[in-house]
Design a protein around this ligand. Structure first.
Ligand SMILES: *Cc1c(COP(=O)(O)O)cnc(C)c1O
Length: 485
């Protein structure tokens, strides 16, 4: 069996030569010290003995086994794996940013607090929701903070019977989880056959118990919600608040502002739209944005300009701190750099190109693959491998076969309401040549499903690891080269 674990051993242990060293230290000029109690010493320590070059080569080779956006097309839906300009990293590495301590008083780090203040302003402008806190450390934590704000708002009005969060079945999975974390009861709103919120169903569910309606926009089907104005008005008419999961702002930048649509609260993922590399679970940043009326509830800190001094403050009725310090500061620097470098027109062109790229792929593949919804999509398109499944090949097999072509798998089996879902998000940073190649490969794989399904079912054939037990890999990872299970 060709596991990564065995590959490690082959690479490292097979290189070991007794007595070989990576560094040559000078003769010691300090007196030798007595060894500790012999019972505490090991008899043997089987480490590979290899030269410095071999160590470098080993780790470099290993790093080449990674898929990354810097090496491969990465159309992982809902994740916005776009190219992150290296300028962002350079700015985040400036000693004046990288070297400061979170306990330094604001007077000593005026530039950093100014950056937070201006980033708050930019995000308020982009979303049309001017109250901003940069504290949340992830999209899900932004949701949590936003829902606590909704609760605090109702509590302050002594409207405490509002305990229900209405959430469509096309929502991102974190939405119901965050609502449950804040103690709200989750009630699911069905979608219509063409992927919109079922407004009539919503009308019958919205009442004096509604604390918040939470909408992922664009939805996990990659769609805009055409009834959004009717929906926000309906929720407000029963006294509820409207929350936008704006984790994926790629399709909205400069096109429409959530505040103008009637949303009261939203969050956005800086580690998706605003160009911070991500993956593997962190780090992230999910600022929360609210209307002026709700700004007094924001989590601390919020940067303000007081005369000509920038300060970090706790809003009047703040829900408090949601983590130790000021959020993921180095991600804030990257987002700020990205926004300033792109400018307003640049951000708008991000949305235009993200939308065109996704629709191009959808249009070029819809004769071969079913669509979750046969209409214009936004920044991503959800394909379905139902036609291929009838020929004995699953969405998973297609995703694995793409790896043989140097293309990262799309998001699979999500959203849950789409059978055999393959969620493709090309992003705005890919060239037409790359999109054309992806389309060609997807069409080729569909031919293969007819002519040689076994090759697809047993893919990938070119990678050192093939079909992993992903649950065990995540829960019991082998982190040592000589791990023996
Ligand atoms: C990624 C994502 C989230 C969760 O963000 P995390 O930073 O992973 O917590 C929430 N909603 C949507 C729509 C997303 O795409």
């Amino acid at each position: 069996m060709n596991t990564l674990n065995e590959l490690d051993r082959r690479l490292l242990m097979d290189r070991s030569v007794e007595g070989r060293r990576a560094v040559a230290l000078p003769e010691s000029d300090v007196p030798a010290q007595p060894m500790p109690d012999a019972a505490m010493l090991r008899d043997e320590l089987p480490l590979p003995e290899i030269s410095q070059l071999e160590v470098i080569r080993y780790f470099s080779l290993l790093s080449h086994l990674n898929f990354s956006i810097d090496t491969n097309f990465y159309p992982l839906g809902s994740c916005t794996m776009k190219y992150n300009p290296k300028l962002n990293d350079a700015m985040a590495s400036l000693p004046g940013f990288a070297g400061i301590h979170p306990n330094q008083p604001a007077e000593q780090v005026q530039g950093a607090v100014q950056l937070m203040y201006e980033l708050q302003g930019a995000l308020g402008e982009v979303t049309g929701l001017p109250g901003v806190s940069l504290a949340p450390l992830a999209g899900a934590q932004g949701e949590y903070a936003g829902l606590l704000i909704a609760r605090a708002y109702h509590d302050m009005r002594k409207d405490s019977a509002r305990t229900v969060a209405l959430i469509p079945d096309s929502a991102h999975g974190t939405n119901p989880a965050s609502a449950a974390m804040t103690g709200l009861e989750v009630v699911t709103v069905p979608s219509t056959a063409d992927g919109n919120v079922d407004v009539e169903a919503l009308r019958s569910l919205a009442d004096e118990r509604t604390a918040v309606f939470m909408l992922t926009l664009p939805s996990t089907l990659g769609l805009f919600e055409p009834s959004i104005l009717e929906i926000t008005e309906l929720i407000h008419s029963v006294g509820g608040l409207v929350y936008a999961d704006g984790a994926n702002m790629n399709a909205l930048l400069g096109m429409v502002r959530l505040g103008d649509l009637g949303f009261d609260i939203c969050h956005s993922n800086l580690h998706k739209t605003f160009s911070t590399p991500h993956g593997g679970g962190g780090p992230g940043s999910g600022p929360v944005m609210v209307t002026e009326e709700l700004a007094k509830f924001l989590p601390e800190p919020v940067a303000v300009l007081d005369g000509d001094t920038y300060r970090l403050t706790e809003p009047e009725n703040s829900i408090g701190k949601i983590n130790g310090f000021h959020g993921s500061f180095n991600i804030l620097v990257r987002a700020y750099t990205y926004i300033r470098a792109m400018g307003g027109d640049g951000l708008k062109s991000v949305a235009e190109n993200a939308i065109i790229n996704a629709n191009y792929i959808q249009a070029q593949l819809k004769d071969r693959y079913d669509l979750a919804a046969d209409r214009y999509c936004m920044h991503e398109t959800v394909l379905s491998a139902t036609r291929q499944k009838k020929r004995g090949v699953k969405g998973l097999d297609i995703a694995k076969r793409l790896l043989d072509h140097g293309i990262h798998a799309p998001t699979m089996y999500f959203p849950l309401i789409v059978e055999e879902a393959l969620m493709v998000e090309p992003t705005e940073t890919e060239s037409k040549e790359t999109l054309d190649r992806f389309i060609e490969v997807m069409r080729q794989i569909d031919d293969e499903v007819t002519n040689d399904p076994e090759t697809v079912r047993t893919a990938p054939h070119t990678l050192p690891v093939t079909r992993l037990d992903e649950a065990t890999a995540a829960r019991k990872p082998y982190l040592r080269w000589n791990h023996t299970p």
